[in-house]
Design a protein around this ligand. Structure first.
Ligand code: UD2
Ligand code: MN
Length: 610
């Protein structure tokens, strides 16, 4: 018994030791393979795994010339994860990321995950024309000082802080009197708690002033509330989701110093709501239609003949509204804003008519650039659900447009008894300032506007709203099949063609690869992937992938891959990747975490067509 027992103990020790060793080796392998798949594996909240480090470095990689950027380059190139190699900011890694993305779209109508990952500050391209003055501004030039007025309602916190931070970083200190934040009674928890402490701790700026409205006032009254507190010579109004570009304020202040009744408007560059990509806008000016909707339109023909012309400024019949600088006393003189206008809309057209009709002007300053997040929808409503744009437009039509208001009323089919409130104060203002009538405005400031029932005029074509800068011409850079790695199955659309087009909204599935048009994808230089040169691959809903009409606005129709085998196919808006449900004919394709192991249906071979 003793003998047996002895040998038993010895051999079981040996067996146990071998097993433990094997288990350790196996766990380590598992650990590194999980690393490579990009999962966060740390259960210890304070530990910083390697993948996490490179991720954080990448987040700051927008900042060139910084140690962070260099660190990021090293760690990213050292990464073995193809998704990480693509250097993306919106990768959805887990449930928490997905939550931030989804709740962000709901509350803000932009990708808050990307915004968080960008952080407080990043470099953006200098989008000014080469003729713009880049030499450092001298204090001896004695430009007036600016008070920034930024009002916000339920703004995304990181985006709000970055808006302020860019002003602090890109404005000479001696030109910045103060930044006045007007919180329009925001009720998002992230803004209710610690907001002031966070602003103070992270921005470290003493002249940041904070006003909180006791009730929701809307952006129009909020701006006036802020402006009345301001002490600087010039008021600069900004939205709360912007990034000012280099030397943005100097050309505005220079113009106002020279012409104190001019409203100086920067060029509004585009920050993509899905990807936060920053793109320059071309030089366009503001107009409107008879529904009193603001619209961009091309500059009058012949405005830009030689390089120097790109320095502007250009007269503009109206402005978009959100971003402009104005002499503070002149703003008071011409009657601030109409304080009976609610929440959103119309105030930009009103101040435009008023400025021009009452002896001032509006000019676009091309050497001043400010990026703004253009969203596809407004993420908030008015407290009583009212259509404030209608009420506000009626007020301005009755005060400023004389008989021409009838075109608006007819165009919008406004009912005769719609209550737009008392306008007597504003009518008095118009008399006091001895303003021109609307006929004068149309003849002298906006002769290009077609008048209903009159001969059509020779005008520059109106540019499409918000993104006139997207060229219509498609440039294809590649064509390929998307083959699920390790199989002979390709991403295909199995749907009838209707009038020469594939059926819009059709999903994708795996089919044996056979070089037919329903599995041949064309990639454009804007990273759209287009089936048969007809319909765009689009991420839709929570995790669907379909083909749809190309909308040219990127984001959900914008993709990234490594152009090799075993590549993820990454959607820029969703931060997730194309995934086949199974390696089998007929298996459906959807979107899922890119970080899943490569054998789980997210690895694709990009098979170029010969
Ligand atoms: C455009 C203007 C915007 C304003 C609007 C017409 C640009 C870039 N933006 O719409 O400034 O002129 O046309 O009214 O030209 N806000 C409040 N309280 C509210 C609602 C909004 O403080 O009740 C804030 C909001 O957080 C933002 C700003 O006002 O900072 C403008 O609102 P928006 O961004 O929704 O307007 P946008 O850019 O669609
Ligand atoms: Mn805005």
């Amino acid at each position: 018994k003793r003998l047996v027992c002895k040998s038993c103990t010895a051999s079981s020790f040996l067996i146990a030791a071998v097993w433990t060793l094997a288990l350790l080796v196996y766990m380590n392998m598992l650990r590194s393979s999980i690393y490579q798949a990009g999962w966060r594996i740390s259960s210890d909240a304070n530990a910083t795994p390697k993948a996490e480090l490179s991720y954080q470095a990448r987040v700051t990689s927008g900042c060139t010339n910084t140690a962070a950027a260099n660190a990021s380059k090293e760690s990213v190139s050292g990464s073995t994860n193809p998704v990480e190699q693509l250097q993306l900011l919106g990768v959805v890694r887990n449930k928490q990321d997905k939550y931030i993305r989804d709740i962000g779209y709901k509350h803000h109508a932009f990708n808050a995950l990307v915004s968080n990952n960008i952080g407080l500050y990043r470099d953006i391209p200098d989008t000014r024309h080469k003729v713009c003055n880049r030499s450092e501004t001298l204090e001896s030039e004695q430009l007036p000082q600016a008070s920034i007025v930024m009002c916000f309602y339920n703004e995304h916190k990181m985006t709000l802080m970055r808006s302020i931070k860019t002003v602090l970083e890109r404005t000479p200190q001696y030109l910045l009197k103060e930044i006045i934040l007007v919180d329009d009674n925001s009720d998002l928890p992230e803004l209710e708690f610690h907001l002031l402490a966070d602003l103070h701790n992270r921005l470290k700026y003493d002249n940041l002033r904070y006003i909180r409205n006791e009730k929701r006032e809307g952006l129009i009254r909020s701006r006036v509330i802020g402006a009345r507190e301001a002490l600087g010579d010039v008021l600069v109004f900004l939205d709360s989701h912007i990034e000012v570009n280099r030397q943005w304020v100097e050309p505005l202040l220079r113009l106002i110093k020279a012409e104190n009744s001019t409203l100086a408007v920067p060029v509004i560059d585009l920050i993509n709501a899905d990807t936060f990509g920053y793109t320059p806008s071309p030089l366009v000016r503001g107009g409107f239609n008879w529904g009193l909707h603001f619209r961009w339109e091309n500059l009058p023909e012949g405005t830009l003949k030689q390089p120097e012309d790109f320095r502007g400024p250009f007269r503009s019949p109206t402005m978009a509204g959100g971003l402009f600088a104005v002499n503070r006393l002149y703003f008071q003189h011409i009657g601030e804003y109409d304080m009976a206008m609610d929440i959103w809309g119309g105030e930009n057209i009103e101040i435009s008519f008023r400025a021009w009709q009452c002896g001032g002007s509006i000019k676009i300053v091309p050497c001043s650039r400010v990026g703004h997040i253009f969203r596809k929808r407004r993420p908030y409503t008015s407290p009583d659900g009212a259509n404030t744009m209608l009420k506000n437009s009626l007020r301005l039509a009755y005060v400023w447009m004389d008989r021409f208001k009838d075109y608006y009323i007819k165009h919008e089919k406004v009912s005769k008894d719609f209550d737009y409130g008392d306008i007597s104060e504003r009518v008095k203002l118009r008399e006091k300032l001895q303003c021109h009538d609307f006929d004068w405005y149309l003849k002298n400031i906006y002769p290009e506007l077609p008048i209903p029932g009159e001969e059509p005029k020779k005008t520059a074509a109106a540019a499409p709203i918000y993104q006139p800068w997207h060229s219509r011409k498609r440039n294809y850079i590649d064509s390929y099949q998307l083959r699920l790695s390790g199989t002979e199955l390709c991403a295909s659309v199995v749907a009838p063609k209707v009038k020469g087009f594939w059926k819009k909204g059709s999903g994708l599935q795996l089919q044996p690869c056979h070089n037919s048009p329903n599995q041949i994808w064309y990639e454009t230089e804007k990273s759209e992937i287009i089936l048969d040169k007809l319909l765009c691959l689009e991420a839709s809903g929570d995790a669907q992938v379909v083909i749809n009409k190309c909308h040219e606005m990127l984001g959900d129709q914008q993709w990234r891959h490594t152009r090799n085998s075993n590549s993820p196919v990454y959607n820029m808006a969703k931060g997730t990747c194309l995934r086949a449900a199974a390696p089998a004919t007929g298996a459906l394709l959807s979107l899922d975490l890119c970080t899943k192991a490569t054998d789980s249906g997210t690895a694709w071979d990009i098979v170029q067509l010969k």
